[in-house]
Write a new protein. Structure first.
Lengths: 113, 110
């Protein structure tokens, strides 16, 4: 089954404690991206990756890092989380072509105390 | 960058009625406009999309229209059913980035 898998689905952490949210897709997609969803703000792009070792900033990259060492994986790293990073995070991948469909994971709800 | 505005933020309709959600965008370079449905506790799922060289597209009870001149596009759901209740997002794709609207919470009242 084609899917995008995120882990963990839920996480409560404290300010400053580094964490990683993993994302894996099994569709051999080249494009992957991360979004955060906040009430009243919709989905905002954090980072995206066009291929292995190619990453670029989206609209809200501050406080986040990503890496793309393998095609299937695109982890989101919060080196020093702060309360304003409390949010619902989605990973997505996209098929071939500039206007391919985005496939989303189930989301990771992060709370930073 | 691109700015996508979506209205209304909430919408309640009686079962069987139609629902319309409208979005505007700012960047004339945007060329792909998908609509996503998000059910509670799940990730958004594509329900219909339209490319900039097409004015209208229909898939059963769902249709999307695009007016490039006015830079707006709309989602139309006819004969609404309770299972249509969800949050709907419009988006505009420019190059490698997707810009989303703020969402519309649709409630279909049985």
């Amino acid at each position: 089954e084609a899917q995008v898998t995120q882990n963990p689905r839920y996480l409560i952490t404290v300010t400053g404690k580094k964490l990683t949210v993993t994302c894996s897709q099994n569709m051999n997609h080249e494009y992957m991206s991360w979004y955060r969803q906040d009430p009243g703000l919709g989905l905002r792009q954090i980072y995206y990756s066009m291929n292995v070792e190619v990453t670029d900033k989206g609209d809200v990259p501050e406080g986040y890092k990503v890496s793309r060492k393998e095609k299937r994986n695109f982890p989101l790293i919060l080196e020093s989380p702060s309360p304003n990073q409390t949010s619902l995070y989605f990973c997505a991948s996209r098929g071939a072509g500039p206007t391919g469909e985005l496939f989303f994971g189930e989301g990771s709800r992060l709370t930073v105390l | 960058g691109e700015n996508v505005e979506q209205h209304p933020s909430t919408l309640s309709v009686q079962e069987g009625d139609s629902a319309v959600i409208k979005c505007t965008y700012s960047d004339s370079a945007s060329n792909y406009f998908p609509w996503y449905k998000q059910e509670l506790g799940k990730g958004p799922q594509l329900i219909i999309d339209i490319r900039s060289n097409v004015g209208e597209k229909k898939d059963q009870r769902i249709a999307v229209t695009l007016n490039k001149t006015a830079k707006h596009f709309s989602l139309h759901i006819t004969e609404t059913q309770p299972e249509d209740s969800a949050v709907y997002f419009c988006a505009a794709n420019t190059g490698n980035q997707f810009y989303f609207g703020t969402g519309t919470s649709l409630t279909v009242i049985p």
